[in-house]
Each structure stands twice: as C-alpha cells, then as structure tokens.
Write a protein that binds this ligand. Structure first.
Ligand code: ACO
Length: 428
C-alpha cells in the first residue's frame, strides 16, 4: 500500500505521509496541513479518528478485544504479575528483575509518609464531600509540599518523583475513605506488600486487628492491574495535555483525577451502582429499565454497558467477571442489588438492541459489583479506579515530556457572529 495520502481541496492536491505503528496501525500525518493549505484544519469532536501522539506504552485493538501493556497481554499480566510489577513495567518499559522490584518497593515505602499538614487540608472538608474532589485537591496540594520541579531529562529525578507519588497516593486514597467513614487517619504497615498495605490502610479499625482476606486482596490487585493504563482515554489525555504546558506531575495528575470523575469515564462504576439501587427502589423491574435504555426519547443509558473502543468485548471485563464471581462466592453475599446486576447483564446479552450495537458489560460494570461486595462506599469507587490508573498516568506523562511533545493546543472552526459594532448599554 502507498505510504502517501492525497487530499484534494478546491482542485488542488496535497500529499501527506502515512505512518505505521508496530502493530501495523496506520495514521495520516497531517502536521503540515494548515501550513500547506489556506489554513485548512481537520474537525473531529471527541477525537474518534484523531491520534494525539505516538506511544510505546499500551496497545489495544477494540475490534479484537486486545489489550497489552508494553507488549504483554492483559490476560497474562493479570494472572502472573502483581500490581507493583505492572506499575514498574508501564513506567520503565520492561518487567523488573527481582532486585529491581525489591528496590522499587523499598524506595516507595521510604516515600510513603505524607506531610502531617495535609491532614489539616483534609480536616477542612465536610464528610459529605465527594472523595474524587477531595483526592484531586490533596494530589494538587502535594505540589505545595514538594515544590521542586522535576527535571525530566534526569532519570534519577524522574525515578524519585515516581516513587514519591506511588508512596503517597495510596495514603491519600485511604485517608479520603477513612475521612468519609469517620475513622482515624493511619499509616498501615510497610512490611506488607503494596496492595496488602492499601487494604490495611483502608479497612483497619482502631480497636481491631486487621485480617487480610486473600480472595479480596487478589481481586483488588487484579482490578488495579486492569485499570493501570488504557492509552489515550479522557483522563490520560488530560494528564498529557496539562503536562504539555510543563505543569508539574502532581498538577497534571490532579487534572487527570477530575477528568476521570465523570460518569461517562471512571465515574461509570459509581453510576452503575446508583442505577442498580434505583432499579431496586423502583421495584426491581429490569425489563422496564431495558426499555428506557432503548427509548431514544429517554436520556437513560444502561450504565456499565458499551465502550468507546471495545466494540466486541472488553477483555478486562472477562477477567474481572471471574474475580467478581470468586468474591461473591467467598463472602457468601446475598444482595438484591447484585441479583439485579446479574439479571440485567444476562438480558442485555440476549437483547437485539444491545447485541446489534455491540454493547457489552464493560470493566466498570463488574468493578462496581466487587467494590460493593468489599464494603467500599459507592462514592469511593472512582477513587479506586484512580489508584489503579496512577502508574499509567505517570508513564504517559513521562513519555510525553521525554519525547518533547509540543504544548497541546487544538484548533477550532469558529461558528459565532461576524464582526459587529459595539452597542452602548443604553441602546441595547
Ligand atoms: N445504553 C443504551 N444505549 C447505548 C449505551 C448504553 N449504555 N451506550 C451506547 N448506546 C447506544 C447509543 O444510544 C447509540 O445508539 P444509536 O446508534 O441508535 O444512536 C449507540 O449505542 C452508539 O453509542 P455512542 O454513544 O455513539 O457510543 P460511544 O462510543 O460514543 O460511547 C460510551 C461509549 C460513552 C461508553 C457509551 O457506551 C456509554 O455512555 N455507556 C454508559 C457509560 C459507561 O458505562 N461508561 C464507562 C466506559 S468504560 C471506562 O471509562 C473505563
């Protein structure tokens, strides 16, 4: 196939190179379009056809249901690696050797104390504050407590800021949940594994010894791995975009957390549970809600179904469904809300509307179910997503800076008023 794309505008032809990725994906490189033409640009709201960068981190094929981090399949990583190994892989490009992983973990532990004054900021929030707003604010506040900018040219400095945020972020996550539950702030136990310690920090009661449950630990570890990166999604693009102005890592991450919050993105796992609760309150008639979802005059959508890029199945959903089944069986939970979830997914998988549009349960459908079974408050679900996505955001931020990408600044086609004279206020 020719590696040149030809575009004709007003009878004049322009040629653009076609670039090819390592998985044979093709992209028309239009960097010279505006300069070569009379300021013509492309328009693609939602960026469904627009690549913002070249990246060596994550490969996904939405049609075939493939997801790989640095060339390793998500299925293999979820089965054989733990979250910290995956974080290392994403950020540094290769799986760590035993001694590299041990050092990485030790360095993270070393950095896992948060300035005590951060507690004062947390204290000022009402208990009712949404945890995503609190987490975004606390992450941004880390800038104030760690003001030096990162020299991205220096591997040592990048490494230091990476272990710093990987050490402090779980503490902020746990404290956000503890604040909401009215529990005293704690620090867990750094002799534990990374995710093990997160569990302890989140759940430990002041008057009880915390007992780990390995099925829950395994489910959380898998969930964090599955959420660790997903190439140029809304929050990751936000992190790269904010970072492209050379704003610091924490400020960029804080913006990514805000982007993740929305119900069409990471907020979907909360929206799933709220929808299931609403169906239960309404009498549990799933068919009625299926009909609403299909009715074009009704804005209701079946939350946790459909995906922008996975149009056949979400490979993460397949893996996590197994973990969800294990968690529910282990905990022996009987919960009408979870029964509704089961019924809804079975009906949708049979229904022509959903089948024709390739709308399958996505990872957030099952993650919401697991988090509910684990006793995590609904508003915390998206915070858990952020915890998993952190290594991906760091890796993408680092890649963007090291590739010296230009500041992100899209164009537009103006559709407002043409030039008009100013009218004095008395005459309007
Ligand atoms: N319920 C009912 N109908 C749906 C749903 C849904 N959940 N999702 C898509 N559709 C329909 C649309 O109405 C549209 O129908 P039409 O062709 O008759 O007009 C068709 O399916 C295509 O939908 P789009 O909105 O064009 O698909 P898009 O790729 O833009 O959206 C999205 C993907 C935002 C995820 C959408 O499926 C959705 O809103 N799902 C519910 C929210 C959700 O679960 N989000 C989590 C995403 S996963 C994540 O962020 C990790």
């Amino acid at each position: 196939m020719s590696k040149i794309a030809t575009l004709e505008i007003g009878g004049k032809k322009y040629e653009f190179p076609i670039i090819e990725g390592t998985e044979k994906e093709l992209g028309i490189d239009i960097k010279t379009l505006r300069g070569a033409t009379d300021s013509v640009i492309t328009i693609d709201p939602g960026y469904k056809n627009t690549g913002a960068c070249e990246s060596a981190i994550t490969y996904l094929d939405g049609e075939k249901g493939i997801l790989r981090y640095r060339g390793y399949s998500i299925e293999e990583l979820a089965e054989k690696a733990d979250f910290l190994e995956v974080a290392y892989l994403l950020i540094f490009g290769d799986l760590p050797k035993l001694e590299e992983l041990a050092k990485f973990h030790a360095d993270i532990k070393e950095q896992s104390v948060v300035d005590d004054d951060v507690k004062k900021i947390l204290d000022a929030f009402p208990k009712t504050a949404h945890p995503m707003g609190v987490l975004s604010c606390l992450t941004s506040a880390l800038t104030a407590f760690n003001p030096s900018t990162v020299d991205v040219e220096s591997e040592e400095e990048m490494y230091k800021s990476t272990v710093k945020i990987l050490g402090k972020f779980p503490v902020l996550v746990a404290w956000t949940m503890r604040k909401q539950k009215g529990l005293p702030l704690n620090y867990g136990d750094t002799s534990l594994g990374y995710v093990e310690n997160i569990m302890k920090m989140m759940y430990e009661k002041p008057n009880e010894q915390y007992e780990q449950n390995n099925i829950l630990l395994n489910a959380l570890d898998k969930l964090l791995i599955l959420h660790a990166d997903h190439e140029q999604n809304c929050s990751t693009s936000t992190v790269r975009m904010v970072g492209s102005s050379h704003a610091g890592l924490y400020a960029s991450l804080s913006a990514g957390i805000s982007a993740l919050w929305g119900p069409l993105h990471g907020g979907a796992n909360q929206a799933v549970l709220e929808m299931l609760e609403a169906i239960k309150e309404d009498g549990g008639d799933t068919e009625k809600f299926m009909a609403k979802a299909k009715d074009k005059s009704d804005s209701f959508r079946l939350m946790g179904f459909g995906h922008r890029v996975y149009k056949n199945f979400d490979p993460r959903a397949k893996i996590i469904k197994v973990a969800a089944d294990e968690v529910l069986a282990d905990l022996g939970i009987e919960d009408p809300v979870l029964d509704i979830a089961k019924g809804l997914s079975e009906e949708a998988l049979r229904d022509a509307y959903f089948v024709d549009r390739k709308l399958y349960p996505n990872v957030d459908f099952y993650s919401g179910i697991i988090y509910r079974a684990m006793g995590i408050p609904v508003e915390m679900f998206t915070v858990m997503f952020a915890l998993g996505r952190l290594p991906g955001w760091i890796a993408q931020w680092k890649e963007m800076r090291m590739r010296k990408e230009p500041i992100g600044r899209p164009r537009q086609i103006y559709i407002g008023e043409n030039n008009r004279p100013f009218i004095d206020i008395e005459k309007r």
